[in-house]
Design a protein around this ligand. Structure first.
Ligand code: ADP
Ligand code: ASP
Ligand code: MG
Length: 404
């Protein structure tokens, strides 16, 4: 009997009826396979818990934050297990620590360091369906850590790798990965097969349907992912290594990220070591920097602007204010009215002119580009957040993704 890992996202377990629906899908699978299920917190529970913490304090302690937000997943595993058992199928719920998921010490965005699935294997050998809480692990201090937003995807893929199951099914509220968020562009088309590299860039640039780190792990361990609907039985999207099954297209998808903030530090000395100092301080606080631009030097001074994720805004602002004094900068600016739009596709490597088509399409709609960054298979632009939906629809049309 082969083993399959099935992961159900928050929207799939948002209420009692949905939990019963998930229970039925799991039971159906368990007739033919050994099944490990990973679940997220119900509905918006993680967001609600974060909001609640902010009502208690402006700067919640990171360890306690993990203690709080890891509870959502525990609600789901218990309820789903009850639902499965009430249908006469044997099942057991396990928290991340009980499942042997070990993580590092960086609270709220920990990395999985190892998985020791002894208990999972024991329970499977007793014929039980094993339901594991996503998004959480235990660190060397025996504290609970969480794996970054959307981290249940990572739990599922990492478990599939550790249990040597080469397939991981991600069940969600869409029936696959689309050419852009189908909630924003209704002409978006389902993509049957996408490469790990493209999905990694899509996730990193805002397509929240899969968490980025889960794709890194899938690529590293060769775990094939099938993204599909919790509610429909249709085939979804396969995520796998680039090769014969992945059709090469110039632009596969348009993505966007409204969760970005731009910060600038002005009139800093133009000499070696300054950028290293600024980004070194940010790295010490585990703040991920996305885009960076440095202006051309004016009389031995220049400005550096960069973007970070919105939840890091306060920490980043404090660090820049402290650096302003030590570096003699003239000011720090925070702009939270920006967003990022990107195009992703493996075919970009060999097709010139993609950037100019993108910039042209944006210009025709009067959309100003504030920052640009590129990788081999992605081009991103920071623009005003107010323009983001217009930009996504424009680029989707410019690259004829509705015809795919
Ligand atoms: P879950 O709760 O199952 O983890 P998420 O909310 O994290 O689900 O991800 C599913 C959502 O991702 C969809 O409802 C959709 O609006 C959004 N999304 C963004 N970009 C895409 C895309 N390119 N393809 C499919 N869904 C996308
Ligand atoms: N519940 C967590 C979150 O909302 C993890 C997940 O849903 O994957 O980010
Ligand atoms: Mg998700």
């Amino acid at each position: 009997m082969s083993l399959i890992v099935m992961k159900f996202g928050g929207s799939s377990v948002a209420d009692a009826d949905k939990i019963k629906n998930v229970a039925n899908r799991v039971i159906e699978r368990a007739r033919k396979n050994k099944v490990v299920v990973v679940v997220s917190a119900p509905g918006d529970m993680t967001d609600d818990l974060i909001e609640l913490s902010r009502k208690v304090t402006d700067s919640p302690d990171d360890r306690e934050m993990d203690m709080l937000i890891s509870t959502g997943e525990q609600v789901s595993i218990a309820l789903l297990t009850m639902a499965i058992k009430s249908c006469g199928v044997n099942a057991i719920s396990l928290t991340g620590p009980q499942a042997g998921i070990y993580a590092d010490t960086s609270h709220t965005k920990a990395r999985i360091t190892k998985i020791i699935p002894t208990k999972i294997n024991n329970e499977l050998s007793k014929g039980k369906v094993v339901i594991v809480a996503g998004f959480q692990g235990i660190n060397p201090h025996e504290d609970i850590t969480t794996l970054g937003r959307g981290g249940s995807d990572l739990t599922a893929v990492a478990l599939a790798a550790a249990l040597k199951s080469n397939e991981c099914e991600i069940y969600t509220d869409v029936d696959g990965v689309y050419t852009t968020d189908p909630r924003v562009v209704k002409e978006a088309k389902k993509i049957p097969v996408v490469s790990y590299d493209e999905m990694l860039e899509m996730a990193g640039s805002g397509a929240q349907v899969m968490q980025g780190r889960s794709i890194e792990v899938a690529k590293k361990f060769g775990v094939k992912i099938h993204v599909r609907s919790s509610f429909k039985k249709t085939e979804g999207t396969s995520i796998m290594e680039e090769g014969s099954e992945v059709e090469e297209v110039v632009v596969r998808a348009v993505t966007f990220d409204k969760n970005q903030v731009k910060l600038s530090i002005l009139d800093i000395p133009d000499r070696p070591g300054i950028a290293s100092k600024i980004f070194g301080e940010l790295a010490k606080e585990s703040i991920n920097v996305d885009m960076i631009i440095q202006s051309a030097a004016r009389q031995k001074y220049n400005d550096i602007s960069f973007t970070v994720a919105r939840p890091d805004i306060k920490k980043t602002h404090n660090i820049l204010n402290a650096l302003k004094k030590t570096l003699g900068a003239s000011g720090v600016i925070v702009d939270d009215t920006v967003a990022k739009v990107s195009i992703v596709g493996v075919g970009m490597k060999s097709h010139p002119g993609v950037a100019s088509t993108m910039f042209n399409a944006l210009a025709k709609k009067g959309i100003n580009i504030e920052m640009i960054s590129t990788s081999e298979i992605k081009i991103s632009c920071v623009i005003k957040a107010a323009d983001i939906e217009k930009a996504v629809a424009t680029l989707h049309r410019a690259f004829e993704l509705e015809k795919k």
